[in-house]
Design a protein around this ligand. Structure first.
Ligand SMILES: Nc1ncnc2c1ncn2[C@@H]1O[C@H](COP(=O)(O)OP(=O)(O)OP(=O)(O)O)[C@@H](O)[C@H]1O
Length: 256
């Protein structure tokens, strides 16, 4: 890990007088697996929506690779190298896994529509490269044998994997993971945690994880930021965060 890849400074946003984010600061290093936790209503989704350009904060700064992201449209933020997954599975149920992943990959194809239709020259090469990338990502996530399966017929845990694969096909430098194990059983959760760890360490994808499953968060994260009522109340290693008095109070000792 070296210089900070991602910097959030003094981020503030209110909804009808409720401070959803109140002067939040943190940085994420290149290669880091960084988690944000907090009780319901702490501001985690608001933070994600500010980073992906869906909400515009009242004040503060969000920098990625030194570049200011505030004011950029969501598609520009995505093409800058920030991909995200959603709390609820957000995949096209009628598509095959392969089609779903190719669609994500198409963001990287530079050929115009005419060349794409006749599939020649650069377009044909890009198409082959896209298929190679999709197959490589699918194999890594254990989806290699399911490329021709229809997404909507697959179990929830596998659909969450397809969603992760889709975001990895975009080759992000930063991956925002919104509750990646929500609704998963114990076994699926353990498998997803292992996959995220591998993707982080083997592919070097920097990750910002929001998750309620504390044992999963504490097991795979390098550092954990804790929000409560929109304020950062702790930022430390998992081992120190679980001992932090303010964190224990915010969770009433229940979740940790
Ligand atoms: N679009 C909105 N309009 C009004 N209030 C909102 C909106 N989005 C969030 N809030 C409020 O902002 C605060 C933070 O909500 P947020 O959804 O960010 O919390 P969270 O930590 O993601 O919670 P959860 O764990 O339940 O998903 C809450 O008080 C919430 O009611």
């Amino acid at each position: 890990m070296s210089a900070a890849l991602f910097e959030v400074e003094d981020l503030t946003l209110s909804f009808a007088g409720v401070r959803a984010l109140d002067g939040v600061d943190f940085t994420i290093d290149e290669g880091e697996l960084f988690a944000v936790i907090g009780p319901n209503g702490a501001g985690k989704s608001t933070l994600f929506n500010c980073i992906s350009g869906i909400y515009r904060p009242e004040s503060g700064s969000i920098k990625f690779g030194g570049r200011q992201l505030l004011g950029s449209a969501p598609h520009r933020i995505a093409s800058a190298g920030i991909a995200r997954t959603f709390q609820n599975v957000d995949v096209f149920p009628a598509m095959t896994v392969e089609e779903c992943l190719l669609l994500a990959r198409h963001q990287h194809l530079r050929s115009g529509p005419v060349a794409s239709m006749v599939r020649w020259g650069r377009s044909a090469r890009e198409e082959r490269a896209a298929l190679r990338k999709v197959t490589e990502v699918a194999d890594r996530l254990g989806l290699g044998g399911l490329l021709q399966s229809t997404v909507g017929t697959l179990p929830h845990g596998i659909q969450k994997r397809v969603e992760l694969a889709r975001s990895l096909c975009m080759e992000p430098r930063l991956l925002l993971l919104d509750e990646p194990v929500a609704g998963m059983n114990h076994e699926e959760t353990a498998e997803m945690a292992a996959t995220l760890s591998e993707v982080n360490s083997d592919l070097g994808v920097t990750m910002l994880l929001v998750e309620h499953d504390m044992s999963m968060v504490m097991g795979i994260s390098h550092r954990v930021c804790v929000l409560d009522f929109g304020r950062r109340i702790a930022l430390d290693t998992p081992a120190n965060v679980v001992r932090d008095e303010a964190v224990i109070d915010a969770y009433l000792g229940g979740a940790l």
